[in-house]
Design a protein around this ligand. Structure first.
Ligand code: ADP
Ligand code: MG
Length: 241
C-alpha cells in the first residue's frame, strides 16, 4: 500500500483572465479519507481538481500534498492520479496498452509492466478484456479501464471528476460501490467530485459544498444534511437530483 498523504488547500484563489473562479478555497483531506466535493455545474469543481493535478495555476494561496507545497512541482512529478468524466481512453489501443501507457512512458521494465498491469486489471475485474478496444466495452467497463489506468501508476492521491455521470442509474450505483471498496482496499486519499448529492452522501467520509467558487460548508454528510449553514446547502444537499 502507498503511504497515505493528506491534501490541503489554503486560501486558494484562481481566476481565468479577470473572472474569479475559485475564491478563498480552504480544505483539508485527511490521509486515506474519501472526501466528496459537491457543487452545481460551473461552480469550479473541475478547476480545483486540475489545479491539484497541476494543470491549472492558482494566483494566490497554497497547495500542499503530504504537507509539502507542490505549487512549483510539475504534474507528472506530483504522483496524482485523475479519472475524467469522459474516461479519455485511447480508442486505437486495446485495454492492456491503455493501462500500460503511463508505465511505458516512465520506461519501467517489461516485467514490472506485465506484473502491474495484470494486477490492476485483476483489481477492477477486467482480466478477460485485455485485448479489447475501448469501443468494444460497455460504459461501466470503460470506466473500470480508466480506473485501472489511474491506479496502475500507484498515485498518492486519487482525483475523480464526475466519473459516474455518463453511466445509467443502475450501473452508477454499482460502480459507486465498486469505487468505494477499491478506495478502501488501496487506502488512497481520494477527492471525489460530483454534482449528485446522493452519490456524495453514500460514499464520502466527509464532504464539502462549492457554489460559485466559494466553499459553503465542510463536514460529515449527516452534518450538512441536518445542520446546513445556509439556504444553498440546505437546498442542494436536501434535494434529490
Ligand atoms: P464545474 O466542474 O463545477 O462544472 P468548472 O471548473 O469546469 O466547473 O468551471 C468553473 C467556471 O470556470 C465556469 O464558469 C467555466 O465556464 C469557467 N471555465 C472553466 N474552464 C475555463 C477556461 N479554461 N477558461 C475560461 N473559463 C473557464
Ligand atoms: Mg466539471
Amino acid at each position: 500500500m502507498n503511504p497515505q498523504v493528506s491534501l490541503e488547500c489554503r486560501d486558494i484563489n484562481l481566476s481565468y483572465g479577470t473572472t474569479p473562479v475559485l475564491r478563498g478555497v480552504s480544505l483539508k483531506v485527511e490521509p486515506g479519507e474519501f472526501f466528496a466535493l459537491l457543487g452545481p455545474s460551473g461552480s469550479g469543481k473541475s478547476t480545483l481538481l486540475r489545479l491539484i493535478a497541476g494543470f491549472n495555476r492558482h494566483q494566490s494561496g497554497a497547495l500542499l500534498i503530504g504537507g509539502q507545497d507542490v505549487s512549483a512541482v510539475p504534474p507528472h512529478a506530483r504522483n496524482v492520479g485523475m479519472v475524467f468524466q469522459n474516461y479519455a481512453l485511447w480508442p486505437h489501443m486495446n485495454v492492456w496498452d491503455n493501462v500500460a501507457f503511463g508505465l511505458v512512458e516512465r520506461r519501467e521494465s517489461r516485467d514490472a509492466i506485465r506484473r502491474k498491469v495484470g494486477a490492476a486489471l485483476e483489481l477492477v475485474g477486467l482480466q478477460q478484456y485485455a485485448q479489447r478496444r475501448p469501443g468494444q466495452l460497455s460504459g461501466g467497463q470503460q470506466q473500470r479501464v480508466a480506473l485501472a489506468r489511474t491506479i496502475v501508476i500507484e498515485p498518492k492521491l486519487l482525483l475523480l471528476d464526475e466519473p459516474l455521470s455518463n453511466l445509467d442509474k443502475q450501473l452508477r450505483v454499482q460502480m459507486r460501490d465498486e469505487l468505494k471498496s477499491l478506495q478502501r482496499k488501496l487506502g488512497l486519499t481520494t477527492l471525489f467530485v460530483t454534482h449528485d448529492q446522493e452519490e456524495a452522501m453514500t460514499t464520502a467520509d466527509r464532504m464539502a459544498v462549492l457554489d460559485k467558487g466559494v466553499l459553503q460548508q465542510v463536514g460529515a454528510a449527516a452534518d450538512l444534511y441536518d445542520r446546513p449553514v445556509n439556504r444553498f446547502v440546505a437546498g442542494f444537499v436536501g434535494t434529490a437530483n
